[in-house]
Design a protein. Structure first.
Lengths: 292, 329, 317
């Protein structure tokens, strides 16, 4: 039998059928609708949000009303507008964090796996040490050193996830490099970097695409966690995690809306990411998928 | 004039020891895949290597291309000892020596279009002035191996097994090599396709004046391709001769066994054939038998066979053979 | 055709097996008539993708769910087509044994050999004790040339040839009427192949088992088979006793196939081949399936070719 590699181009038709036909397909659709909803919020925030999220527009701690759908916070700012603007920070940091992690982990994994030997052993040791360290704790430590700011937070998230990419890529490369087509490329006289780029990289890339989408949900939670602890973005920039932490001080004064809405936003965005990635994973990975 | 001269070539693969074995100082063991072989291939000649799995024939093929480093011995290609070349010099020489593998699906990058795969060799060795010229050369080569130009932008999984092997042949021959290693190049194909490709190889060989090292387990195909055939057993040659020597009058007991085991597509031959099937299987090449490596399975085994390793000697009819049975005079 | 006193152990009539893929149904077996007599070896030959392996697995209904079976397939006297999984289990092993091409993948490498046999025996004799099954395992292993003590080892500790012997023993332990051997020696070296084929033939004779030998190698069937069925694109194009197939082939495909095999005769340097390639079984052309490659093509070949009975066999042309 011919080994059938999964090619996106020829699978699209089947993919669409799976999307609409199966349970996992529906999962993906729900997940991606949530994602698209948040992305639209983030991009068009200035047009959607009724108020400026950093200005005092009402009284302090007003409950939800016609005027302020989600109520106002202790500084009299509109929570709805803050939640809408908050999606900008949440999404951009999680995307950036994962992207940086990808850019660090993948090339290192490629080198490590291809070169082998002591380079590989040292890199693997470092990455494994980082990998077993609890993610949030590591992010906190790095964020504390780097200080607040979008780039810095993204970086501290990236450090947490880079080892994941490194490990996957490294192990894949180590097995792909003994494939016959790699030997064939060497027999042609190809240089090492050509072999790595043209023959190995395309064959290991699909395995990280799935992890990429899964990590987005984690990164979003980590970002919220960091800013909840005050290590995130400097106020008054709207941020779900920060709003959650400032809102919780007033729960005792029965201002439940201060934490409910930012909290819901975090939950839904994370849910959207993970449903999406779960679905994508099963659709792309024929070993999980049951043969029908 | 000999294009390839291999002498006393050895390749020992280290057997991985477990941590416990290293601690207990269990000595490092080696798989003696190729254990001291010498042969020459003249320009334009095809030398066949036959033997069962574990005989070291595939390792020999990879060694002469220096895809793996030899443990000992020299490989002279066109007068240059390639075992001493730097990696860079070796890379530059690779357009002169090419390889056709057994499994064309595995030998092609699944994410690389056929055209790009065939073209890559040209890019590496700076053949052709520009992209267009290279594409032209590739299309010409595809035509030479009887492939349609549409294939240029296809992926390997879209082709049939025979087409894929044609692509692999095109990729190897587009560099105009002088020497080609064909490692079981036809083994995975169906009979009707196999003959087609055998014919193609023969035509290309004549046209391009190629020198082949033809590795196979299928003796019938060596008849068409090979000037001389070397029979390997456990990393060594037991007999080297022409197809007539090997097939019509095999002398070494192992060669005899090999020949008698071939299933012929002819019931009458199969009924009349004297079968000579030795017991057991090829022993472990970590610990090959002492003396003659075939002696535990050989029905003609003598005392001397258990202790003294027979050397290759030249016979009057032109073949060489390593067996004590023919060593008495 | 007269079946006379010969006992027919397997008979396929109009058998169709279409299996499901993502691209649609593959008509791998598309109308096969074939019978097997007690104690004979029938060779089913053809190139890859001709449906010969599907036929072999289809007899035991080992193909994935969603496979469509049609026609009649008598094993002994029961038609197995309507049988469900549970009833098929009684047929598998007991009445029809199976030998696969690659013993490495078809024997669970981490289950001891004795346990493999015990499990197989237990399928059909639920109360069998380990002692009795060990005894029977020892007996059959000895028959296939393996020291009985080795039953305590794992399949991965055996060499390729030895593993295939285990496989044969496993197929024969329940003393089935029919053994299907699907490319039993393709992954083996010639000398080991010769050993295994000899063993298989010897066992067939001593157990009086029928063997369905599925292979692409016309040399193997020349040695082993009594009768041969040549398959092309899901159909049997010709079947006959061995010598008729080799020396008086009727169907153009058989003729060309035989010619295209590189022989070992040093004087014959002619190379023949069949141009083109077989049709896709996803979308089979009407009429004769070999027509597009046939040098004797006529206009009538656009219609479904009739089956002619010729002395001992049939040809569809």
């Amino acid at each position: 039998m011919v080994k059938n590699k999964s090619f996106l181009s020829e699978r699209i038709g089947e993919f669409v059928r799976d999307l609409t036909g199966s349970g996992t397909g529906r999962l993906t659709i729900v997940g991606s609708s949530i994602l698209i909803f948040f992305i639209v919020l983030a991009i068009f925030a200035p047009y959607i949000a009724p108020y400026d999220p950093t200005e005092k527009v009402g009284l302090s701690l007003e409950p939800p009303s016609r005027q302020f759908w989600f109520g106002t916070d202790n500084l009299g700012r509109d929570i709805l507008s803050r939640v809408i603007y908050g999606s900008r920070i949440a999404l951009s940091i999680s995307f950036m964090g994962v992207a940086i992690a990808f850019l660090i982990g993948v090339p290192l994994g490629l080198f490590s796996g291809y070169l082998g030997g002591w380079v590989d052993r040292i890199l693997t040791l470092i990455m494994d040490a980082m990998y077993i360290f609890p993610g949030l704790v590591l992010a906190i430590a790095i964020a504390a050193v780097l200080g607040p700011g979008v780039i810095n937070i993204s970086l501290s998230i990236a450090v947490v996830y880079a080892p994941t990419y490194f490990r996957i890529i490294r192990n894949q490369v180590a097995s792909v490099k003994s494939e016959l087509y790699v030997e064939a490329a060497r027999a042609l006289g190809a240089k090492n970097w050509e072999i790595l780029l043209k023959y190995i990289f395309p064959n290991v890339l699909p395995s990280v695409v799935v992890v990429l989408s899964m990590n987005l949900a984690d990164a979003l939670m980590t970002e919220a966690g960091l800013s909840f602890l005050g290590l995130g973005i400097a106020p008054p920039t709207p941020d779900w995690g920060f709003d959650l932490s400032s809102g919780q001080r007033f729960v005792l004064s029965r201002a439940w809306w201060g934490i409910l809405f930012p909290g819901l936003a975090i939950v839904f965005a994370a849910l959207g990411f993970s449903m999406f990635s779960e679905g994508i994973n099963e659709l792309l990975n024929p070993t999980i998928r049951e043969r029908r | 004039m000999s294009l390839l001269r291999v002498s006393k070539l050895k390749k020992y693969f280290a057997v991985k020891r477990s941590a416990g074995e290293i601690l207990l100082r269990v000595p490092q063991r080696y798989v003696k895949a190729v254990d001291g072989i010498s042969f020459e291939i003249n320009e334009g000649e095809t030398f066949g290597l036959v033997g069962e799995s574990g005989s070291g024939k595939t390792t020999t093929g990879r060694l002469v291309l220096r895809l793996i480093e030899p443990t000992e011995g020299t490989i002279e290609f066109d007068g240059i000892d390639i075992t001493r070349l730097s990696n860079r010099d070796m890379r530059l020489l690779r357009n002169k020596m090419q390889v056709i593998f057994q499994d064309p699906m595995a030998a092609l990058n699944p994410y690389m279009k056929i055209g790009d795969a065939v073209k890559h060799g040209l890019e590496i060795h700076n053949i052709g002035k520009n992209e267009q010229e290279r594409k032209k050369i590739v299309l010409e080569m595809l035509e030479k191996v009887n492939l349609q130009p549409e294939i240029y932008s296809r992926y390997p999984h879209e082709l049939s097994g025979g087409q894929r092997q044609r692509v692999v042949i095109a990729r190897a021959l587009i560099l105009k090599p002088r020497f080609v290693v064909a490692d079981e190049a036809l083994a995975m194909l169906d009979v009707s396709v196999r003959s087609q490709l055998l014919k193609l190889l023969l035509d290309l060989k004549r046209e391009m004046n190629l020198t082949f090292l033809f590795i196979t387990h299928d003796l019938a195909t060596t008849k068409y391709m090979c000037n001389r055939i070397g029979v390997m057993y456990l990393g060594k040659f037991v007999e080297i001769g022409t197809y007539k020597h090997i097939y019509e009058s095999p002398m070494h007991p192992y060669t005899k066994a090999l020949i008698s085991a071939i299933p012929e597509p002819d019931p009458n031959i199969m009924n009349s054939k004297k079968r000579f099937i030795p017991h057991g299987e090829v022993p472990n090449p970590i610990n090959p038998p002492k003396g003659c490596r075939f002696h535990p399975r050989c029905p003609f085994s003598m005392d001397i066979c258990t202790s003294l390793e027979p050397q290759l000697i030249n016979m009057q009819d032109g073949r060489t053979i390593a067996c004590h049975l023919y060593n008495s005079h | 055709m007269s079946y006379a006193k010969d006992e027919i152990v397997l008979k396929a009539q109009g058998l169709k097996i279409h299996y499901h893929t993502q691209k649609g149904y593959v008509r791998a077996v598309d109308g096969i008539d074939l019978f097997v007599r007690k104690g004979e070896t029938i060779g089913v030959v053809g190139e890859s993708g001709c449906g010969k392996s599907t036929f072999g697995q289809g007899i035991l209904k080992l193909l994935p769910a969603k496979t469509k079976y049609e026609g009649e397939l008598l094993v002994g006297t029961t038609n197995v087509i309507p049988l469900d999984e549970k009833e098929m289990k009684k047929v598998r092993g007991k009445i029809v044994g199976m030998i696969f091409q690659d013993p490495m993948t078809s024997l669970n490498p981490i289950v001891k050999v004795e346990k493999l046999f015990h499990e197989t025996l237990k399928e059909h004799e639920p109360n069998i004790s380990m002692e009795i099954s060990r005894e029977r395992t020892a007996r059959i292993l000895e028959k296939v040339g393996i020291e009985p003590e080795r039953m305590r080892e794992y399949p991965f500790q055996f060499s390729g040839g030895m593993r295939q012997r285990v496989m044969i023993a496993l197929a024969l332990v329940l003393n089935p009427d029919i053994v299907i051997a699907d490319e039993p020696t393709t992954s083996l070296d010639v000398i080991v192949q010769a050993q295994i084929l000899e063993l298989l033939d010897e066992l067939r004779r001593s157990y009086n088992t029928s063997v369905i030998l599925i292979t692409h190698d016309l040399g193997v069937v020349a040695q082993m088979a009594d009768r041969i069925a040549v398959m092309y694109a899901g159909q049997i194009v010709e079947q006959n006793i061995k010598n008729k197939i080799y020396y008086q082939p009727k169907h153009p495909y058989t003729k060309l196939l035989l010619k295209s095999i590189p022989n070992t005769n040093p004087k014959d340097l002619q190379l023949n081949f069949i141009p083109g390639s077989p049709p896709s079984l996803l979308d089979v052309p009407p009429g004769c399936r070999f027509a597009s490659r046939c040098p004797f093509k006529m206009t009538v070949c656009e219609k479904e070719p009739p089956v002619f009975e010729i002395d001992e066999g049939q040809v569809k042309c």
